[in-house]
Design a protein around this ligand. Sequence first.
Ligand SMILES: Nc1ncnc2c1ncn2[C@@H]1O[C@H](COP(=O)(O)OP(=O)(O)OP(=O)(O)O)[C@@H](O)[C@H]1O
Length: 260
Amino acid sequence: MSRVIDLNNVTVIRDGRPILNNVDWQVESDQRWVIVGPNGAGKTTLLRVAAAQIHPSSGSATILGQRLGEINVFELRTRIGFASSALAAHIPNSETVLNAVMTASYAVTGRWNEKYDDIDERRARRVLAEWHLENYADRAFGTLSDGEKKRTQIARAVMPDPELLLLDEPVASLDLAAREQTISIIGAYASAPAAPAMVMVTHHLEEIPAGFTHALLIRDGQVFAAGEIHHTLTSDKISESFGFGLNVDFTEGRFRVRAR
Ligand SMILES: Nc1ncnc2c1ncn2[C@@H]1O[C@H](COP(=O)(O)OP(=O)(O)OP(=O)(O)O)[C@@H](O)[C@H]1O
């Protein structure tokens, strides 16, 4: 086990105000975290610090043993898988699904002149099968449904075999069947002993897949609660962090939330 994310007193200032404020957070390699909090709480900002995409304005952020500000972030980013809708916007609509996933080995979107080895293609096809996309390898990315696009983004993120996998709302806006299918594939991936450390941002506790072990509740840029998932996603803590009375229960491996 090793420390994958180590944030100490991290503050991120934008437009003169802290959008993350004195955040302390540690993630170990055998943990899978969900980040939950109201709109605008700072979830995506926190994930972008973990992805080495933005630096703290103050405090220290060490990701996979590399302290941001002291290292080459381009090298570090090759060890991190990051799937978000914002990144998906960079995948050309005409790119085939196979190429969209395969180019991840070189951390680029859009296949130009790189030379790919058979081994990359074999791995990309294995990853496509793992994310139930094997029949879409030759389809243009732009022709996929939202659910297929989301799974392609995640397949792209796991292609380089990352040591840290970050998922920003991986099932947002999917229909019921696509949502349940994607939750179940992420759950199988997260539950495998060889899975990397993972962090997933979600708005809905119902969307937390199997295999997730820890939760961080964030409110107004500050950590409201963090720790083992069942000790953190309690009715009292969720109600207080969202400022609304909510009952949380956990049945058949899934969380469920109702108004009190
Ligand atoms: N570059 C920026 N400049 C100014 N404000 C920003 C910037 N990026 C984010 N913010 C603000 O910081 C706050 C936190 O944003 P962030 O996207 O991290 O929240 P979030 O918890 O992911 O929100 P949501 O649930 O709505 O996606 C928001 O109020 C947002 O408007």
